[in-house]
Design a protein around this ligand. Sequence first.
Ligand SMILES: C[S@@+](CC[C@H](N)C(=O)[O-])C[C@H]1O[C@@H](n2cnc3c(N)ncnc32)[C@H](O)[C@@H]1O
Length: 244
Amino acid sequence: MHFHILTLFPELFASVLSATMLQKGQERGALQFSLHNIRDFALDKHRVTDDTPYGGGEGMVMKPEPIVAALESLAAASGRPHRILLSPRGSVLTQQRAGELAALPSLALLCGRYEGVDERVSQFVDEELSIGDFVVSGGEIAALVVIDAVSRLVPGVLGSEQSIADESFSDALLEYPQYTRPAEFRGQKVPDVLLSGDHGAIARWRRQQSLRRTFEQRPDLLDRARLSDDDRTYLATLRSRRDG
Ligand SMILES: C[S@@+](CC[C@H](N)C(=O)[O-])C[C@H]1O[C@@H](n2cnc3c(N)ncnc32)[C@H](O)[C@@H]1O
């Protein structure tokens, strides 16, 4: 996966891209990052990239010309990446969408700043993506969220594919509780089944814990979950306990 990042603040990325999973992903040849400073594509001698909004109002708006020139330079240089504008009005990133994006060869992440980008830029991207129903001060933080969520689903980036399969949202359920040593901490014991060595019983317990957590904390997810007959029976038990 080749990520192209279009930003006015490339310096914000260095420490995150050069540590832990993202660094390993690059060393393994599974990830590549190219930072493109939008200011380098400004047309005037002062390299202006923003201006006041037509119609008045607070703040500055990012001008369309440097952004579109930056996007077009990518298309010319490396085959057209899938172009994403980070925006609070975009569709909200989900684990499923992260998986779909991870299957693409390259992504261009366009980071807005100030009051956002000129509306006409929308015509030059493939989608607008939000990291949630709140506003952060710049697209760089949002781009890093997308990069992290997508990268860990790119084959070869993480060691264990099974750990991804078990994670929250992987099949629309929250993950089961995890424990490590010590077996007892401040009066709280690790559930006996996890110490039993009975792999069948552990798998059943984990599945039921996943269902229970999702039922209690994110019941909206259950509509999309892939459920077996045993799962449905267990959920019916939880419902009758709650209601009765
Ligand atoms: C301060 S925000 C602009 C907010 C804009 N005035 C509005 O009300 O929608 C500046 C930039 O941060 C990024 N951003 C802010 N919140 C975001 C979110 N929830 N998801 C993705 N990007 C976001 C976008 O790139 C946006 O252009």
